[in-house]
Design a protein around this ligand. Structure first.
Ligand code: SF4
Length: 272
């Protein structure tokens, strides 16, 4: 489904890193809203979505003038000390409209010229590979985290029908590796996956982050529960996967292919 687009001119673009992102000085959101509209997205329970008329996933605000704002704010922030940026906390920086609008690319251009101490790019979109030329400027001061919650397309379609297909995300990880861009796979949140998942990931990454609703939704899983996620598992007759212990099983499967120091749990996997 296509999201309705709105064009906004915000007054600021860098936000303070707080809560789950307290390891960062700032978060950076090129868009407000998200076309992917994942069923489990806890942002839909936050004021940004609750005070909006349209359903989460049906609207996206494009931030006009984002690059100019960032240029000024980055300069100011760097004058005060270390700057570590998480992009993005409440949207995916590679919205489908990014193909046309290039807001995220314009922000990367600013940062490539005057790099922060660290930039974390969180996405599930293959479009990030368009910007490999810019990401190369950051050398080891960047990490691209590509969400791959499961290796099963049927499961992906059930939980996130509007998000990019899994094979395209795996291909993205391969490309990032080929071009030497530091990257990780974020199995976040853990969704039902096959026993082959770890074997599929092994040639693509040296860093795996595992997170679930119970650790990562900021409320011990309560927020996710309120969104009725349990019903989606019930429809699939896979309720055993909706449990705080499931991440340990996925961890064990990953450990068969990845050493301990390449696997990070929850918040640790998203830190600078
Ligand atoms: S891509 Fe991220 S921000 Fe967008 S709906 Fe999914 S979880 Fe939420």
């Amino acid at each position: 489904m296509k999201s309705e687009l709105f064009y906004k001119s915000p007054k600021t673009i860098l936000n303070k890193g707080t809560g789950f992102l307290s390891g960062y000085t700032h978060s950076l959101n090129p868009y407000t809203g998200c076309s992917f509209g994942c069923s489990y997205c806890y942002v839909r329970r936050m004021p940004v979505s609750l005070f909006r008329e349209g359903e989460w996933g049906n609207w996206v605000d494009v931030k006009n003038g984002a690059a100019n704002l960032l240029k000024k704010e980055l300069l100011r922030a760097k004058a005060k000390g270390k700057v570590t940026i998480f992009m993005s906390s409440s949207t995916d920086p590679y919205q489908p409209i990014e193909h046309k609008e290039s807001v995220t690319r314009s922000l990367l251009e600013v940062m490539a010229e005057d790099p922060p101490d660290f930039l974390f790019v969180q996405t599930r979109s293959p479009l990030v590979s368009r910007d490999i030329d810019l990401l190369q400027h950051f050398k080891d001061k960047v990490r691209v985290s590509v969400t791959v919650e499961t290796d099963r397309e049927d499961i992906r379609k059930h939980f996130t029908p509007n998000a990019p297909p899994i094979p395209a995300r795996l291909k993205t990880l391969q490309l990032l590796a080929e071009f030497g861009i530091p990257a990780q796979v974020a199995i976040a949140p853990v969704l039902p996956s096959s026993e082959r998942f770890a074997e599929i990931l092994r040639p693509l990454v040296n860093r795996v982050c595992i997170d679930d609703y119970f650790m990562g939704d900021g409320s011990g899983g309560k927020r996710t529960h309120k969104m009725g996620l349990h019903a989606l598992y019930k429809n699939l007759e896979m309720e055993e996967w909706y449990h705080p212990s499931v991440y340990r099983m996925v961890y064990k499967r990953m450990r068969q292919y990845f050493p301990e120091d390449e696997i990070f749990i929850s918040q640790k996997g998203f830190e600078p």
